[in-house]
Design a binder for this molecule. Structure first.
Ligand code: HEC
Ligand code: HEC
Length: 433
């Protein structure tokens, strides 16, 4: 209560804001440091990709705020890291990945029970595995959290880590639909890891001498992500905890965020997310998300998960922690700067209609699908019609204050990473630093 009073009385004399200001009470799961250290090596090791060329860190790198600095990332078929990642001349990807690679901050907090831009992975105690996934019964068991279950997916995606051409056993198994069982993609990868003595020793020390399942690998990676990128020590957190004042512009921006600008209607709670789904007329670039039998480059977001027409073009509210460092923004990375994505919120349909694709951060060559959707007036009109975000009028100084508040959500220790990037990994494959 104290910080709330300080804000309301000392700064603005605003009426007491009813509830939107969060309490500093996030719950983080306890972690085992042996698991965290093993997870660090696995996260940076390309051994988990079919062709041995892509690591989790390829698209989630600390140098780019645990993302990759690209609107739409490049997994298998690319070389380099961050915005400098380009297509491999010999084995280029078939298309871009359809969505922006999200930042990984605070995913060890227990309130993150829904993952991906469309929330297709969710904690669900009514299921035997405790998790609802698009794989249904094909999913393994034994996860420590939804964050661990998530790590099962990128290794199966041809575009991300598995690879495309039936050139490696993992890609072949995925293509044949073999995920579980001794010849399934997950077992192939687990055996690869088990054959590397340093990994076997690491698992002996954490799970004991039994066979390594891919869910064990996933649990270690989740422990690392939760430890490495916990980000609850920003100036905003200090203010929440004991009233340590924010600097004047950030304090004014906070009052706007929780007041007149209406941001906390969706970006609520300690991490500025309600974990819900909203349609905000975000421009759509790239291949979108079509089912295998469909021919379009739309991304209808949450609708694909629930089948409920009200969910059309709804996407998960992203947390805004460290948001100054996680560009580009939006589920397809349409906006390259924080200022632009915030301005989009002030006039969503206006900005959608005026969207200039030249601002996307995509490495050449161009694909036919890169900007074709935004050239189709009916498609753009459909995105606009679903918009639920009301325009807001802010003056230029107010916008500057709002951006100053967003900057006060940065936690320097989390941006640096706690264990950092390892010099080498047990497979001996190169590590992107
Ligand atoms: C080629 C790029 C790429 C690689 C490699 C990759 N990811 Fe991702 N990651 C993405 C994209 C894109 C999404 C969002 C997909 C979506 O929402 O549909 C994502 C989503 C996630 C999320 C969900 C975050 C959230 O808040 O919803 C987590 C966690 C994650 N990745 C961890 C990992 C781990 C662990 C690995 C390695 C096993 C990995 N990623 C490999 C691109 C990548
Ligand atoms: C109606 C709910 C809603 C309101 C109100 C709202 N946002 Fe958002 N915001 C979202 C959703 C949903 C997304 C993601 C949309 C997407 O990816 O297509 C988002 C994305 C963002 C992003 C990009 C983050 C990223 O990692 O890509 C920023 C920054 C942001 N919002 C800031 C704000 C600010 C500042 C305000 C107040 C002016 C605000 N939002 C008001 C729902 C909302």
């Amino acid at each position: 209560m104290k910080p709330l009073l300080i804000l309301c009385l000392a700064l603005f004399g605003l009426p007491l804001l009813a509830g939107p200001l969060p309490a500093p009470d996030a719950v983080f799961r306890p972690l085992d440091m042996a698991e965290v250290r093993l997870g660090q090596l696995l996260f940076y090791d390309p051994v988990l990709s079919g062709a041995g060329t892509v690591a989790c860190a390829t698209c989630h790198h600390p140098r780019f705020g645990t993302s990759d600095g690209l609107s739409l990332g490049i997994g298998d078929g690319g070389v380099g890291v961050g915005p400098a990642r380009v297509f491999d001349a010999v084995n280029p990807p078939e298309q871009r990945i359809g969505r922006n690679s999200p930042a990984l901050f605070n995913l060890g907090a227990t309130e993150f029970t829904t993952l991906f831009h469309d929330g297709r992975l969710e904690t669900d105690p009514s299921r035997p595995s405790g998790i609802r996934t698009p794989l249904g019964a094909d999913m393994e068991r034994g996860f420590s959290s939804v964050l661990a279950a998530q790590a099962m997916f990128p290794v199966l995606s041809g575009d991300e880590m598995a690879g495309h051409y039936s050139e490696n056993p993992v890609a072949q198994a995925v293509r044949q639909g073999m995920l579980t069982g001794p010849d399934g993609a997950w077992s192939i990868l687990s055996r690869r890891v088990a054959e590397i003595p340093a990994y076997r020793a690491g698992f002996d020390a954490t799970i004991g001498p039994r066979d390594i399942a891919f869910s064990d690998i996933a649990n270690m990676i989740a422990a690392f992500v939760a430890f490495e990128w916990r980000a609850d020590n920003s100036p905003f957190d200090a203010w929440l905890r004991d009233g340590t004042p924010l600097h004047a512009a950030a304090a004014r921006g906070m009052a706007l965020f929780y007041g007149k600008a209406g941001c906390s209607g969706c970006h609520s709670g300690q991490f500025q997310t309600d974990h819900q789904f909203h349609a905000i007329a975000m421009p759509q670039i790239g291949p979108g998300k079509a089912a295998r039998f469909e021919r379009h480059n739309r991304d209808v977001g949450r609708l694909r998960v629930t089948g409920d027409a009200r969910d059309t073009y709804r996407f998960r509210t992203p947390s805004l922690r460290n948001v100054t460092r996680t560009a580009p923004y939006g589920h397809s990375g349409a906006y390259p700067t924080l200022e632009r994505v915030v301005r989009h919120h002030l006039d969503p349909v206006g900005w959608l209609n005026a969207y200039d694709p030249a601002q996307a951060i995509l490495t050449p060559p161009a694909f036919e699908t890169d900007f074709s959707l935004m050239q189709d007036r009916d498609e753009v009109a459909a995105i606009a019609a679903a918009n639920e975000l009301a325009p807001v009028e802010l003056s230029e100084p107010e916008l500057a204050d709002l951006l100053a508040f967003l900057a006060a959500l940065s936690d320097p220790a989390s941006l640096k990473g706690r264990l950092g990037v390892p010099d080498t990994v047990p497979s001996g494959l190169p590590v992107s630093d």
